[in-house]
Design a protein around this ligand. Structure first.
Ligand SMILES: Cc1ncc(COP(=O)(O)O)c(C=O)c1O
Length: 397
């Protein structure tokens, strides 16, 4: 009989040049367990997904309850399904007035596609601007606004009318013009290696979009739900988007995305032609129930405000001189060794010693630290000791 390892390589399409090959038996809280019972600190939350930890009892309960009631019944937007309505109502109650209409989809990339279509349709313009070193998903529209060349070069032609600006370059904001339908931005550039704005940049971007009457789409797929010390990242920067894009932790561990806008903007998807976006599984009732339960956990356990305090705990404990820089905000951090080989060996050592981390699409000298928001201070202590042990081990090799 073939081992799961062999079956994984033989039957599952492989795209990663170096899969970690860790087999998952179960996951609970901040830990992932292998079949041998060995436990691993999940220091990346499956890339910012498991914000309330793995298998949170309230999330599991909500999933079971909804699964007992009904699974898929009909394509999006036809039948009234209470998990969708209740979750949309909860989301809207925590959002500014103009973010009042939710379109649930399946993933971050689909939410980006929906947001780009919506902006083109609403403004009647076609140009979309995004930023260098930004990742917004892997479908063809999302790939078109990818802020690099490497991943998209083999798939051209992609969408026309796309321009990329340098994040934090105030002068380049002038390139946003009367032909621009929308600018897509992150409030903190995750895959660039947790790059924050220079003071005032996001406000200047908002102002320029207003001057040119184009829409600002904020991709909060990674920054949403308390990661950087506010429920939604934009609240930390004093701006409000025209379209908000959410995914990853939105579903509490189940696949869910959303683009959210004003009723006036969203309405254009309903006429000339109608069915402006179609999705079979978007807003799946089990995913909405799970997402809502996870958001309630974030609220009940006050996980939004502790992200900044836990950032401080990580920073205080990570003083190894091999770490050249710690970037980011809240529980979205990058530890930069400024050396790719060194970084790879720390990641490898983590899998041997019991913690999981990875690196970034646009920064291969730093590791990602974005654990579940409810990681305890004792767990931070234990995880950082392990991390320090690995850094010293790599140094001594
Ligand atoms: C900022 C950002 N936007 C969009 C996406 C795409 O999300 P998904 O993988 O769910 O399509 C990602 C995925 O990593 C992301 O990091």
């Amino acid at each position: 009989m073939l081992s799961n390892r062999k079956l994984f390589l033989e039957y599952l399409a492989q795209t990663s040049p170096s899969p970690s090959m860790l087999e998952v038996e179960k996951a609970k809280g901040v830990f992932i367990y292998s079949p041998s019972g060995k436990k691993y600190f999940d220091l990346i939350s499956g890339v910012n997904v498991s914000s309330v930890g793995h298998s949170h009892p309230k999330v599991i309960e909500a999933i079971k309850l909804q699964a007992d009631n009904y699974l898929h019944t009909m394509v999006y937007g036809e039948l009234i399904q209470s998990p969708q309505i209740k979750f949309a109502e909860l989301l809207i109650s925590y959002l500014p007035d103009n973010l009042e209409s939710v379109y649930f989809v399946n993933s971050g990339a689909e939410a980006i596609e929906g947001a780009m279509k919506l902006a083109k349709r609403y403004t009647g313009r076609t140009e979309i601007i995004s930023f260098k070193n930004a990742y917004h998903g892997s479908t063809q529209g999302a790939l078109s606004i990818f802020g690099g060349d490497y991943l998209k070069q083999a798939y051209r032609p992609l969408l026309p009318g796309i321009r990329h600006l340098d994040f934090n370059d105030f002068d380049q904001l002038q390139r946003i013009g009367p032909e621009t339908a929308a600018v897509v931005a992150e409030v903190l550039q995750a895959e660039a290696g947790m790059i924050q704005q220079q003071a005032g940049f996001l406000e200047a971007l908002r102002k320029r979009c207003d001057e040119m009457s184009c829409l600002l789409i904020l991709d909060e797929v990674q920054t949403g739900f308390g990661r950087i010390g506010s429920m939604f990242g934009f609240e930390s920067y004093n701006i409000v988007p025209d379209i908000l894009v959410l995914a990853k932790s939105l579903g509490g561990g189940m696949p869910l995305g959303a683009f959210i806008s004003s009723r006036e903007i969203m309405e254009v998807l309903s006429y000339s032609p109608e069915l402006g976006h179609i999705t079979t599984f978007g807003g799946h009732p089990v995913c909405c129930a799970s997402g809502m339960a996870a958001m309630e956990v974030i609220l009940d356990e006050d996980l939004v405000h502790c992200a900044l305090e836990k950032e401080t705990a990580f920073r205080e404990k990570l003083k190894n001189p091999a770490i050249q820089e710690i970037r980011g905000r809240g529980l979205m951090l990058a530890l930069d060794f400024k050396n790719k080989e060194f970084m790879l060996r720390v990641v490898k050592c983590g899998f041997e010693e019991g913690f999981i981390t990875d690196w970034f699409l646009f920064c291969d000298t730093a590791i990602r630290i974005s654990p579940p928001l409810n990681i305890s201070y004792d767990e931070i202590e234990e995880a950082t000791l392990l991390l320090d042990y690995c850094i010293n081990k790599v140094k001594s090799q």
